[in-house]
Design a protein around this ligand. Structure first.
Ligand code: PLP
Ligand code: COI
Length: 341
């Protein structure tokens, strides 16, 4: 593992530990520069930067996993690169090329290899690509300059308890409008989620569930993760909506459920008044991995799925298969894994 890092991997939550290197590239005069690794974790940007004033920025999240043989691999980084390009389109930022994005991520993992937690620790190295509008300009218009950067930090579970189920409450607030920015991974969506999250935590829940803003009848997101349910006849179901973030984990699970576990799997509306159609439910995402949902509070009633303390059998199978693929224990579909040489 090279240099020793003084971290107790078993105690890691989803926090920030400064690692040695990050990648940075500048866009100016219509093009991206070569990009470089730097030890400086501070950005020096104009006070007028559009990312600061008008939220012209987007980000991504992915993980590097240590395999049993000691090698390190990334899970579908090309999908993060493509989603970042879509986010850029939506808020008029220059796209960072997919191949350069993947190379940047690999170079950051390689330069910080000793921060990749050991196989079996349950911890991983989280990568945060970020693209922001910078430069001198005050009007509400696209920035004259941009920065693309990727940093990393070792992380443990996003929700306390790892594979232990957690409970959620349905928020009265909306996350994103139907033709708004919900499908883009832009910071504004997350600023708006801080208060609903805080209210949910104060009520004793891990986070909140957002309903569709137009009718408030359908489940959209579980905090910063997608929702899935498993029907009583073992079908994997996940909501579809233009204001949901298209989760790479969710699309991977749709594939895993069908192709690895032989389940029926579909994207369709999930009505909050009909959640007792599900025997099990979970939140899925890069940070959340698969977090089983114990129960959901809605309008003063609390609905329990499989159990408040035990993960359900199919959720466990989905987790074991997906996480097995991510850490290299289970053979991956072609093109899903990028080994960091
Ligand atoms: N939904 C939201 C709002 C998110 O922030 C994330 C995290 O990226 C997800 C869902 C899950 O997406 P992914 O599986 O691509 O990490
Ligand atoms: C992720 O799962 O990577 C996320 O971006 C969720 C959250 C930490 C913002």
């Amino acid at each position: 593992m090279g240099k020793n890092v003084d971290v107790d991997w078993s105690q890691l939550g989803f926090g920030y530990i400064k690692t040695d290197y990050r990648y940075i590239s500048y866009w100016k005069d219509g093009k991206w520069d070569e990009g470089t690794l730097t030890q400086d974790n501070k950005l020096h940007i104009s006070e007028t930067s559009s990312s600061l004033h008008y939220g012209q920025q987007c980000f991504e999240g992915m993980k590097a996993y240590r395999r049993k043989d000691g090698k390190v691999q990334l899970f579908r980084p090309d999908e993060n690169a493509k989603r970042m390009q879509k986010s850029c389109e939506r808020i008029m930022m220059p796209k960072f090329p997919v191949d350069k994005f993947v190379e940047a991520c690999k170079s950051v993992v390689k330069a910080n290899e000793h921060y990749v937690p050991p196989y079996g620790s349950g911890a991983t190295l989280y990568l945060r690509p970020l693209l922001i509008g910078v430069g001198d300009s005050i009007g509400v218009k696209p920035a004259p300059e941009y920065i693309f950067t990727v940093f990393c930090t070792p992380v443990g579970p996003y929700f306390k308890g790892g594979m232990a189920p957690v409970n959620f409450t349905v928020s009265d607030y909306d996350r994103a409008a139907p033709f708004g920015t919900g499908a883009a991974k832009v910071g504004g969506n997350y600023a708006g989620s801080l208060m609903p999250h805080e209210l949910a935590v104060k009520k004793g829940y891990a986070d909140c569930i957002y309903l569709d803003p137009a009718t408030h009848t359908k489940i959209e997101e579980v905090g910063a993760a997608n929702f899935f349910g498993i029907t009583k006849d073992n079908k994997f179901v996940t909501p579809v909506s233009p204001s949901i973030l298209p989760s790479i984990t969710k699309y991977s699970l749709l594939y895993v459920a069908k192709e690895y576990l032989g389940m029926e799997a579909e994207e369709r509306d999930v009505f909050i008044d009909n959640i007792d159609e599900f025997a099990e439910a979970g939140a899925c995402g890069t940070a959340a991995v698969i977090t089983p949902i114990g129960g959901i509070e809605y309008k003063g009633k609390f609905h329990v799925f499989h159990s408040e303390t035990e993960v359900g059998p199919l959720t466990k199978k989905l987790y074991d298969t997906l996480y097995g693929i991510q850490i290299g224990d289970v053979e991956a579909p072609e093109g899903w894994i990028y080994v960091v040489e």
